[in-house]
Design a protein around this ligand. Structure first.
Ligand SMILES: [Zn+2]
Length: 187
């Protein structure tokens, strides 16, 4: 409910920053030098870039290829490693942004939206941290030849599901069952 209000505020901040970006972009092409303007871009970047991590093309197994072949393992290792790198990069951005913002004085209106923004970014960071841990344990599972099998029933999780959720540790049946149990416990 309250989410829509701060969004408008951050948008107006972003609009103000635009001309600055345009000016600095022309002479400076190297990423390293854009530090100051990049801080303002980050709010937008964090929200949008988290969904951009599907650059790797879905794996097409050969006809008689066995489940979790060496090539398949390489494929999922690449997906997981890539994903983790992106998350670490995003976390670093968030950290720099919070640091940057925290050092600047703000009026009451700014402070309110700033606090919302901080809370949002901290939640994002926390989620990312947990995800990074999950990814790390998935990579570890691949190394131990245990990746891709359901932790509860041992069945193949399946490439399709892993492609959509590379950190999945349960088959869809066990996952669904768990969710039903959870609902019953909480309800
Ligand atoms: Zn299962």
């Amino acid at each position: 409910m309250t989410k829509s209000k701060p969004k408008k505020k951050t948008k107006s901040i972003a609009v103000k920053a635009k001309p600055k970006k345009a000016v600095t972009k022309k002479p400076i092409t190297k990423k390293k030098v854009v530090k100051k303007t990049a801080a303002k871009k980050k709010v937008v970047a964090i929200k949008s870039s988290s969904k951009k991590n599907k650059k790797i093309v879905a794996y097409k197994p050969k006809k008689k290829e066995k489940y979790m072949s060496a090539a398949m393992k390489r494929h999922f290792t690449a997906i997981l490693t890539n994903w983790r790198e992106q998350l670490i990069e995003e976390m670093q951005k968030t950290f720099n942004h919070l640091k940057d913002k925290g050092e600047k004085p703000a009026d009451d209106l700014d402070r309110a939206s700033q606090e919302e923004e901080f809370a949002f970014e901290l939640r994002t960071r926390d989620r990312e941290r947990k995800l990074i841990n999950k990814i790390a344990s998935s990579i570890e599972l691949i190394k131990q030849n245990d990746y891709g099998y359901c932790e509860s029933c041992g069945v193949n999780i399946g490439i399709k599901r892993l492609e959509a959720r590379p950190t999945a540790t349960h088959c869809i049946d066990c996952k669904t069952l768990d969710e039903i149990k959870e609902k019953q416990l909480s309800g």
